[in-house]
Design a protein around this ligand. Structure first.
Ligand code: SF4
Length: 308
């Protein structure tokens, strides 16, 4: 678990679940999968989660519930933005309801016990499971009971969390879906729309194609969008115009916009020097310069929008 995260839109990651399986084109170069099958392979939180193949390690659908890390957010006394399960998918089909109840109970305990509570960012590609869990009218009762149990187990008897009923949906939990292209956006947007949440957001990363999100964004139900190009060894190029179009759609709808990174590739007009080129159907060209050189500006500036 990372006490401090390098991800631009969060402070810390809380990896209480690790493990996943590939579900979507955006998963192709999953960083967490590679890490779990190489450098972290023998760490107790990653053991047995991947299978070696000729193409490298691949998630095998085994998941780990990392109990020693469950209480970590409650030990961080100052408010943080916490990205939940950066090395897996919280709503993977193999996650039992009991794990979800424990995660939501810890987030609920942070809300009722901290003066200035942490904010938790939960992001999934399994939008149907997200909707089913939060849409179940029983969930709030199970989570409330779990808060009582965990308050005693993790914090000790008689503390404020023990008898507190949480506001629901939890005000300090942001729920998001990850959509890398138009088909994935069309598949997932209605589930997020229909999920009760204080804040709803999108991660358009790695952005692999143009996305028309105007209609849904204009409903006022969505609050934040993160956009970024892919990084890593075989990163697919992002057309800066796709990011620009999403920014403009967000601005028109009053949705906060965060531009995370260009990825490995950047518009040829923004860099000098050599490197492989890619030209998109619209005639725009990008050059591979590496993540650092590609940077995180769009039209000459950074975009660090966050929900109010
Ligand atoms: S859903 Fe996320 S963690 Fe799972 S394989 Fe895809 S990119 Fe990796």
């Amino acid at each position: 678990m990372a006490d401090k995260s390098k991800i631009e839109w969060t402070d810390s990651t809380w990896n209480v679940i690790t493990g996943c399986s590939v579900v979507s084109p955006g998963c192709k170069h999953c960083y967490a999968m590679k890490l779990a099958g190489t450098r972290m392979k023998h760490h107790w939180s990653r053991k047995g989660l991947t299978t070696d193949t000729k193409a490298g390690p691949v998630w095998n659908g085994q998941l780990s519930f990392n109990v020693p890390w469950l209480a970590q957010p409650l030990e961080w006394t100052r408010k943080r933005l916490i990205f939940v399960n950066a090395h897996g998918d919280t709503f993977h089909e193999n996650v039992p309801v009991d794990w979800l109840d424990k995660i939501f109970a810890v987030m609920g305990l942070a809300f009722v016990t901290m003066d200035d509570p942490h904010i938790f960012q939960v992001l999934t590609k399994r939008s149907k499971n997200l909707r089913a869990y939060l849409g179940d009218p029983e969930t709030v009762y199970r989570v409330t009971a779990m808060m009582k149990q965990l308050s005693r187990e993790l914090l000790g008897d008689g503390l404020p969390g023990e008898n507190a009923a949480p506001d629901w949906p939890l005000p300090n939990v942001w729920l998001g879906v990850s959509c890398e292209d138009q088909p994935r956006f069309d598949e997932r947007v209605a589930d997020l729309y229909n999920t009760p949440a204080a804040i709803r957001f999108f991660s358009f990363e790695p952005l692999l194609g143009p996305i028309d999100a105007k209609g849904p964004l204009s409903t006022g139900a969505f609050h934040w969008a993160i956009v970024g190009g892919e990084s890593g060894a075989n990163a697919r190029p992002m057309n800066p115009q796709w990011a620009r179009d999403l920014r403009d759609q967000c601005q028109a709808a009053g949705v906060a916009f965060h531009f995370k990174q260009n990825g490995e590739w950047v518009s040829v007009s923004e860099v000098e020097g050599e490197g492989p080129w890619h030209t998109f159907d619209d005639g725009r060209s990008v050059r591979r310069v590496g993540k650092k050189a590609a940077g995180r500006t769009l039209d000459g500036r950074t975009w660090d929008g966050m929900p109010a």
